[in-house]
Design a protein around this ligand. Structure first.
Ligand SMILES: [Zn+2]
Length: 106
């Protein structure tokens, strides 16, 4: 999965957390068969919950590309892509890493 967080490639220890871009921490989680780097388990949970939501809405089997802009407090404007299709959405997480707001944008 190609991941861009606030304008920078992310998802490995060198590049930063796949959700927030942070380079501290040391948490790995497999998503769609790929081992992704996260700064902490909370970011990993949020990421997985978000991907699940995207799949639920679109019916996609996997996500090829993800562009994320924003942070925990403002919420995040994202674009997910899979096999030439694209979904733009706004997402915000709650205190337990759950998806609290999810709005599809056209
Ligand atoms: Zn993070």
């Amino acid at each position: 999965m190609r991941i861009v967080v606030n304008g920078k490639l992310a998802g490995t220890k060198e590049q930063g957390c796949a959700l927030c871009g942070g380079t501290w921490g040391n948490w790995y989680q497999e998503v769609d068969g790929e081992r992704l780097f996260f700064c902490c388990d909370i970011c990993a949970k949020e990421f997985v919950n978000m991907i699940d939501k995207v799949k639920e809405i679109t019916g996609w089997k996997k996500v090829d590309e993800l562009v994320i802009e924003g942070d925990y407090y403002r919420g995040r404007n994202c674009e997910a892509k899979s096999g030439g299709k694209s979904l733009r959405y706004y997402v915000k997480f709650g205190e337990d890493a759950e998806v609290s707001t999810f709005r599809v944008e056209s």
